[in-house]
Design a protein around this ligand. Structure first.
Ligand code: 16G
Length: 242
């Protein structure tokens, strides 16, 4: 809760501060992917902080997916793309936060009548019109995921409104997603998917389905994403039940 967050910030400003400045250094590329962090003792000495403080800050960065700890070898800036499983962010947001260049290559873009499966997922009546997108999501030229998105036409009138980012198109139209339901499952890429991602057929992938809602309960997105298993870690912070 906000109260607990404030209490924690009051008790431990030093580690929060260090966590923030290390996060900043990683996000702006000062500390590049794969780079080893100085040892906890050295870092503490350098900054005049206790080892406990340094350890807590680093534990926070590990929880954020920005740092990985290797047994016996120390702490390193994460090389895989680490994505929160519990934040309502977009592909574009996640890559930008890593200093990467998110893009969409459209394989399909069109309008049509909702299928029974889509109608269930989007709470639409039979006969409703939907926009459909099938995109290869890339960082620069490197393919990272395939994404099939269905949006009610009542939400976005014209498929051309999405140039690169769905969530930017939402924001531009004043549409504010409030929450989403997500499901994750392991898959093996079939021949066609593997070709699009330039991977061997049968390579492992993460299938993630997301339904995104507005505050009033309307569904604005039904997306099935296929992320490369060799490129992504999904992380979530868990809290004990009250
Ligand atoms: C993420 C979402 C996807 C959403 C997309 C929008 C996951 C697993 N999926 O890939 O549901 O449609 O972002 O990204 O995070 P965009 O705004 O860059 O088009």
């Amino acid at each position: 809760s906000e109260f607990h967050r404030q209490q924690a910030a009051r008790r431990a400003p030093a580690y929060q501060h260090l966590r923030r400045s290390l996060r900043h250094a990683i996000e702006n590329g000062e500390l590049p992917a794969g780079q080893a962090l100085p040892g906890e003792r050295d870092l503490g000495k350098q900054l005049g902080l206790s080892r406990v403080t340094v350890r807590k800050a680093i534990a926070g960065l590990v929880a954020d997916g920005l740092v990985v700890q290797r047994q016996g070898a120390g702490n390193f800036v994460a090389e895989r793309i680490v994505k929160s499983f519990s934040k309502l962010t977009s592909f574009t947001d996640d890559l930008r936060a890593r200093g990467l260049d998110p893009r969409s290559r459209f394989l399909e873009r069109g309008v049509g009548e909702v299928t029974p499966e889509e109608a269930m997922a989007l709470n639409l009546s039979p006969g409703a019109q939907v926009l459909r997108y099938y995109r290869v999501r890339t960082a620069g030229d490197q393919a990272l995921a395939l994404e099939r998105t269905v949006v009610p036409q009542a939400v976005l009138a014209d498929p051309a409104l999405i140039e690169n980012s769905l969530y930017e198109a939402f924001a531009a139209q004043g549409i504010r997603p409030a929450r989403a339901l997500q499901r994750l499952r392991a898959i093996a890429f079939d021949a066609e998917q593997a070709r699009l991602l330039q991977l061997p057929e049968g390579s492992p992938g993460l299938f993630i389905e997301r339904r995104t809602f507005l505050e009033d309960g309307r569904v604005v997105e039904f997306t099935r994403s296929f992320y490369r298993g060799d490129a992504y870690d999904f992380v979530a912070e868990l809290h004990s039940e009250p």
